[in-house]
Write a protein that binds this ligand. Structure first.
Ligand SMILES: [Zn+2]
Length: 228
C-alpha cells in the first residue's frame, strides 16, 4: 500500500485501486483483479479499517483489473456500487467486456485476455453522470473521459489541492510526464479526454497503471494536451 496524501491510499501491483478514508467510512475507487482482494483488505487493515467500513465503491470503468474484486468486496461490505450508465451493463454481466484500445496495435493480446478470469456480475446501485458531485467520504466530481471504454469516468477528489483519479484515461511515465499509456491507442476520443482533464485545476493525479504525480499534475496534463 502507498499513501498518496492524507486519507488517500493506493493498493495493488501493476494495477491500482484507491482507498479514500473519511469520517463517513471508506470509499473505494476500483477493486483490482479477481482473487486479489487481499490487496484491498490488507490496505484497509493498515489504516485500521475493515471491509465492513466500505460504504461506496466507485468504478472508473468495466475492465477486469478494475472490477475483478467487486463481487467479493460488495458481498463483504454491502457497499453501494456506483458506475457510469455506459459501463454498468458490463459490470452487471449483461454485456461483454470491451477490449482496451491497445488491442488495435497488438491483436495477439486478445488471446491473453481470454486467459483472465471473468468478473462475477454485480448489480450497480447508482448510475453516475458526468458532472455529478458525489458526497461520499471525500467529495468526488465525475468527468466523462471516454476512449479507453465508452463510459470511462475520471474523478476529481476535493482534497490536498485536488487529486485527479484518472483511471485508465491516461497514464504517466517514469519522469512524471502524462502519456496515453500502454493500454490506449492514439484515438480522437482518448486525446479529447486527456485535453478535457487538462482543463481542470488539480495538484496530484493517480492512475490505474502508473505511479502518482504528486505535484503540478494539471500542468503535466496541459503540457501533453498541448501536443496532441
Ligand atoms: Zn482498463
Amino acid at each position: 500500500m502507498e499513501k498518496v496524501t492524507d486519507g488517500l491510499y493506493q493498493v495493488g501491483k501493476g494495477y491500482q485501486a484507491f482507498i479514500i478514508d473519511g469520517d463517513e467510512g471508506v470509499t473505494l475507487v476500483d477493486t483490482g483483479m479477481p482473487k486479489k482482494t487481499e490487496y484491498i483488505t490488507d490496505g484497509l487493515a493498515a489504516i485500521g479499517r475493515r471491509l465492513e467500513d466500505v460504504r461506496h465503491i466507485v468504478i472508473t470503468h468495466a475492465h477486469i483489473d478494475h472490477i475483478g474484486g467487486l463481487s467479493v468486496v460488495k458481498s463483504g461490505s454491502e457497499a453501494e456500487v456506483l458506475c457510469s450508465r455506459e459501463d454498468a451493463p458490463v459490470v452487471q454481466g449483461e454485456a461483454p467486456m470491451t477490449p482496451p484500445p491497445m488491442m488495435v496495435r497488438f491483436p495477439f493480446l486478445k488471446i491473453m485476455l481470454k486467459l483472465f478470469p471473468e468478473a462475477e456480475p454485480v448489480e450497480v446501485d447508482r448510475l453516475v453522470a458526468p458532472g455529478d458531485t458525489l458526497s461520499l467520504s471525500g467529495d468526488l466530481t465525475a468527468f466523462a473521459t471516454p476512449g479507453h471504454t465508452v463510459g470511462h469516468l475520471s474523478f476529481l477528489l476535493d482534497r490536498s489541492g485536488g487529486v485527479m483519479i484518472v483511471g485508465d484515461a491516461a497514464s504517466a511515465n517514469k519522469k512524471g510526464k502524462v502519456v496515453r499509456g500502454f493500454f490506449n491507442a492514439p484515438t480522437p476520443e482518448i486525446d479529447a479526454s486527456i485535453k478535457a482533464i487538462a482543463t481542470h485545476d488539480f495538484t496530484m493525479a493517480v492512475f490505474g497503471h502508473a505511479p502518482p504525480i504528486r505535484q503540478g499534475a494539471s500542468g503535466a496534463f496541459a503540457e501533453t494536451a498541448a501536443k496532441l
